[in-house]
Structures are given as structure tokens and as C-alpha cells.
Design a protein around this ligand. Sequence first.
Ligand SMILES: Nc1ncnc2c1ncn2[C@@H]1O[C@H](COP(=O)(O)OP(=O)(O)OP(=O)(O)O)[C@@H](O)[C@H]1O
Ligand SMILES: [Mg+2]
Length: 452
Amino acid sequence: MADTIKIGIDFGTTNSSVALARPDGAVELVHFPTATTPTESFRSVLYLEQSKSGIASFTGPSAIQQYLEAEHPGRLIQSLKSYLPSRSLTGTEVFGRRYTLEDLISRILTDLRLRTEQTLATPLTPETPITVGRPVRFVSAETEEDDAYATERLRSAFTQAGYPDVAFELEPIAAAYAYEATLDHDELILIGDFGGGTSDFSLLHVGPSYASQPSREILGNSGLGLAGDAFDARIVRKLVSPALGADTLEKTYANPFAAPMPKRFPGRAAVLPPQRELKIIPAVPAWIYANLERWHYLSFLKTRNVTEILRAARARAEEPEKVEALIALIEEDLGYQLHQAVQRLKIDLSRAETATFRFPELDPAGQLSKEVTRADFEQWIAADLESIENCVDGLLATTNTTKEKVDRVFLTGGTSFVPAVRRIFETRFSPARVVTGNEFTSVARGLALRST
Ligand SMILES: Nc1ncnc2c1ncn2[C@@H]1O[C@H](COP(=O)(O)OP(=O)(O)OP(=O)(O)O)[C@@H](O)[C@H]1O
Ligand SMILES: [Mg+2]
């Protein structure tokens, strides 16, 4: 169908984009309206709120806007893609109505379809070639069955959203197609796609003499369910949680036989009989902070039980002001704003050697503000970087590829902006062999080019 426009849809954990490949090979991105300038990358979020006429739903930029403007905010739901392989997560109840995961995802996909049809000025038909991206490995998919289960769920969400049949292609392969479109010679490339939830790697030949082949040999691919979201969680663990009392201890000894005494009274500790050991007890239980690391779980902490635990902890804590800030964070339901503050710091550190963490919604006076160096951040994510390195080296080893054989490394996805991630490739393959570009749209572009 030489005269048909081909569609590529990248439904990402954090951002989604849609590309249209014209019959002459030109690729154009669908633009989505926002309160300011239109965007090519549509936040993969859904917001549900109760209205007089039932439950109202919003997606993408308007979901965030509605959520932030609401006096009594409803449910903002993000990272839906990462739940696809989870058999235990079939859905959720919101305002007394049960939604399956597919219902929620299809609500976002419907808006992507409507905007695409508006751009095309015609509805999608069964003749429209549509290719949808999928990661090499879905986050938390442990087996091939989990992976197949996730793909089928994604397929049914597309069907439910009114799409005709869609084909799937691996996201890094799509990125390879986008890169290939810029080449005038053949290369062996390693594609690294670093998104919000997943990091994927693929090794393949690209270039004019491969482009015309009907099927393409992929030398190998590997991936892991760890990317930008995991880096955000590290920032919360190392920086935010301690500022909100994670390391704060109880003022008194927990030993029931010991008389309560201030810990700051060192002279008295010596007179304790040896069996009355000093127990160092955190004022706030650790599981509360685990919920901060996935910001969308924060609203689950807004219960009477947690409030009671925290009020009691505040009374016992050595640094009650930190626990007080945690109580305010939960009561004011600032999970989204916390996540934004964390991402701002991470993004600033991609550009500069030092940056300041600020969280004005919780802390207008700036008492929690903290200067962070890129070196600090790199230390916090060191274990994640190592997992990424092992995954890359594993792919080279299993495909018997020496580093010298790789002509080019093409990095894409928002997390590829992180200097330490780029460095993994620059040290292995030399900076000159590492190329980047269209970090947020290359997958959708390649999917559109790949559609048949
Ligand atoms: N300048 C930057 N520096 C560091 N991280 C960034 C930058 N810009 C965006 N990110 C991160 O990139 C991630 C989103 O990237 P992207 O849009 O490629 O993911 P996605 O396609 O939605 O996810 P996935 O491919 O895992 O499904 C987020 O974690 C975001 O914080
Ligand atoms: Mg992606």
C-alpha cells in the first residue's frame, strides 16, 4: 500500500508518542495540545475524578493540569505499562467502580488515537498499517509466559481503545530503524534505549544494503526492568527520606526495663547493666519510606492508621520537625509534586555538576533544600549502573562480539541523558562512536517507518 500513511505508536511507561510515516518516507510526529506549547511526547498518565455526572477522566497534559487544579484531587495514575506482566494486578477500584488495567490503559490509548485521527483528518481503518512498540523485557516479567501475557494485555487495550489490528515491534529495533534512516553506509550498531521503566539493548546491522532486506537478522538483544524510575527511587531513598526522618531515632531507650532517658545523656549510659543493651530504634517504620520511592503509592499512606503511627512517632522522635514534614507530605498528598522535584534534580544533574534539590510545595522556606553533586548522584545509582553494564557486557559476550566490531552505539530514551549512562558506552566504545538524538521520539519514528 504505497500511498498509505503508516503509524508508529510508542506507549511508554512515562511518555508516549505517535509518528506518521508519509509514503515518501518523511516522518512527522503527532502534536498534543498543552496549556502552553503543543508537545510530541504525551505523558502516559490518567486522572480520574468524581463529578456530578459520574466519573470524569483525563489523560496526558490535561490529566496533570486537572489534578493540580482540583481542590479535592481524585486519582492520578501513572506507569501503567509497568503493571502489564503482573498477574496479581488485574485492576483497581476507583470511586466505587472497578477498572481493569486494560480499561485504564485503553483510556490513554483512545486519546492518542483521537489526536492521531485528527492529525490525519481521517479515522484509522483496518488498512492503516500500525506498529506498536514493546520492550525487550517488560518490567518485572520473569518468564516468557509473563512476557506473552503482558503483550496480549497491551494488545487488548489497543482493541478496546478502538484501534484496528496492530503489529508489535521491539522498541530498540524501532530505534534502529530511526537511526538507519540517517545512514548512507552499513554499520553494526548497538542500540541502547533507556526509558522510565526499562533499559533495552540490541545489536544489529543497519544501513542501505540491509534496509531493503525483507527480514532482518537481530544478532541479539537483552534488557532489564531498571531505568529512570529506579534512579528517582534512589534519590528519594538517599536524599528525601532522610530529610523526612528516615534516619531519625527515638528519643528514649526502647528497653522496657530501662528507665526512659534522653539519648543525649551519655554519662548515664555507662551505668546501665550490660544486659540492658541500648537499642537504636528508628522513630518511623521503614515501610512508610518504601512507599515514598514509588510516588504514586504515597496516596495509600493517607489513612487513619498511618496518621496515628506518625503522630506517635513525632512525639518520640529526636527530630520531630522531620516527621512533621513527612506528615504534611502525606496529608497534603504531594506525591506527584515530590516526584517532580526529584526529576528536576536528576535532569539538572544531567546538565550541571551540581544542582539544588528544592521542594517548594512542601517546603516554601527552603529548609529541606540541598545541594547535590553529580558525583553524589552517581554514587547513589552505582548498583543500577553496574547492572546496566553487566547487561551490555552480557549481550556482547553471548553474541561473540568484540567491542571493536561495533561501529556505532545509538542511545535513545530520556534516561540516556544521564552522563553516567552515556559514560558506560563512551568508555567501552570511545565517545566518537556514541551517537544520540531524538531521545523522546526515535522509537515512534522507527515504528512508523517499520509499519507494513
Ligand atoms: N534530561 C534528563 N536527564 C535524566 N533523565 C531524564 C531526562 N529527561 C528525561 N529523563 C528521564 O527519562 C525517563 C523517561 O524517558 P522516556 O520518555 O524515554 O521513557 P518511556 O519511553 O516512557 O519509558 P519506557 O521506554 O521504559 O517504557 C524518565 O525517567 C525521566 O525522568
Ligand atoms: Mg521508551
